[in-house]
Design a protein around this ligand. Structure first.
Ligand code: AVJ
Ligand code: FE
Length: 431
């Protein structure tokens, strides 16, 4: 496939996903705010179109603006999510017409696939890859909005695959340097660059994410009642927000249930826990006598190949993800049981690093040495040093275009409407 064909196919595949998420609900539901943490779905839709217009129609294509008058409405820095429903937004029909007008112009730009060696934005189709990833990121955000939505279920998907191997315990990662980040991945975003060597002391990491059953044992042991497992900020939030269990969990007699896209069912004991905030993840780890991995530890566990000393694109190698490797792309609407993806394991035997749940790691959002903002400061740079913790690996809601061994995500440590879980680590190994 030529680059031009690939770009067109990725744009098309991505738009189908946006359509599923926005056509699944009626117009009243599209304009409604389902949570103050989230935008109305119709805002995400037009924002997707507006970013595409800014970068691909105007900048790359050099064409006349389609709707310059609405830029300010869809600038994420001008209006907080909670205020967006009050804005004079495009309605559902207008938003759909807008994104399709923009897309027609973009496909015309793709046909001429501009390439100018003097413009890094055009190298390997980067600008197009960036906009594909942007739309996919908002598709995951829209999926999180669906999860917060009340009412009868509107999304359906096949259940994830079952466990086919037993996975448990922890894996030893030997001390030594590895290459973190990338300078060669064509569509990697600015914060993943450049590749740089990081020396990581030996550590142990869970072979799989922490499961619902493991997390329920922490709850049953009184983990939410004992400040000694929580950081000061974590305990303060635990009390103020009244946290007692992951978001969307309810107790029915002695048994935990979780509500997933409008359907309530018993928790799956051997599937990764999802919808916990950083503070809950850190408290679980402290209760278990462990800690969360750092971002460098997570990436070394995911990418380092001890046989060659090089860092892979993904745990399983350099090939793009397929359904055999990882639970990505909204094919299944929940995490798969631990042991469901033996073909996705890393050389050291760490499983399900990619897909299933975003994994909280104990690192703030900082630039790599040699970072330079590209192509705009508001993607990463303005967030550096803020009150954020990193998340790695992607979830069942993340598309393969927006997920790599090097991909970096971040959020506030109190957030848990995202598809977030974790695994633990330690410096001393099994007790
Ligand atoms: C990288 C997921 C934190 O959704 O806020 C979307 C991605 N940036 N539009 C976010 C993003 C601009 C970003 N995260
Ligand atoms: Fe955005």
């Amino acid at each position: 496939m030529s680059l031009r064909e690939r770009v067109a196919a990725e744009l098309e595949r991505t738009r189908r996903r946006s359509e599923i998420l926005t056509d699944a609900v009626d117009d009243a539901d599209l304009v409604r705010q389902h949570s103050p943490l989230m935008s109305p779905l119709v805002w995400d839709l037009a924002h997707i179109g507006n970013q595409e217009e800014l970068w691909l129609v105007r900048d790359v294509g050099g064409r006349e603006p389609v709707r310059q008058d609405i830029d300010h409405l869809y600038d994420a820095f001008k209006h907080a999510r909670r205020d967006r429903p009050q804005l004079p937004l495009l309605g559902p029909a207008e938003a759909r017409a807008y994104v399709s007008t923009v897309r027609d112009k973009v496909l015309d730009v793709v046909d001429r696939l501009p390439s100018d060696p003097a413009r890094p934005l055009l190298r390997d189709g980067f600008a197009f890859g960036m906009i594909v990833q942007h739309e996919q990121q908002h598709d995951e955000t829209m999926l999180a909005t669906h999860q917060l939505r009340a009412g009868s279920p509107v999304l359906a998907a096949d259940p994830p695959p079952s466990a086919v191997v037993a996975v448990g315990g922890e894996v030893h990662v030997p001390a030594g340097p590895f290459d973190m980040g990338t300078s060669t991945e064509p569509w990697a975003l600015d914060n993943e660059r450049p590749a740089h060597r990081v020396d990581v002391p030996a550590f142990w990491i869970d072979a799989a994410p922490v499961t619902n059953a493991q997390y329920a044992a922490f709850i049953d042991a009184g983990g939410y009642d004992q400040p000694r497992f929580w950081s000061a900020a974590g305990w303060e939030h635990r009390v103020a927000a009244g946290l007692e269990a992951p978001l969307h969990w309810t107790r029915d007699g002695g048994d935990w249930h979780a509500t997933t896209f409008g359907r309530t069912a018993p928790i799956v004991p051997d599937a990764p826990v999802v919808h916990v905030c950083f503070h809950e993840a850190a408290a679980y780890a402290a209760w278990a006598g462990r800690r969360l991995p750092t971002e460098a530890e997570w990436e070394k566990a995911a990418r380092f190949d001890p046989a060659t000393g090089r860092s892979r694109r993904y745990p399983w190698g350099d090939d793009d993800p397929t359904p055999r490797h990882a639970n990505l792309g909204q094919r299944h609407l929940r995490p798969a049981s631990v042991g469901a993806y033996p073909d996705g394991a890393s050389p050291l035997g760490v499983h399900q690093l990619i897909g299933d749940v975003w994994e909280w790691v104990d690192s703030g959002f900082l630039p790599y040495p040699g970072f330079s903002a590209f192509p705009y400061r508001e993607y990463s740079e303005v967030f550096f040093g803020g009150d954020y913790k990193m998340l790695r690996g992607g979830s069942f809601g993340t598309d393969r275009a927006a997920c790599r061994g090097t991909f970096r995500n971040w959020d506030h440590p109190i957030r848990r409407q995202i598809f977030s879980g974790f695994r633990t680590a330690s410096s001393s190994g099994p007790a």
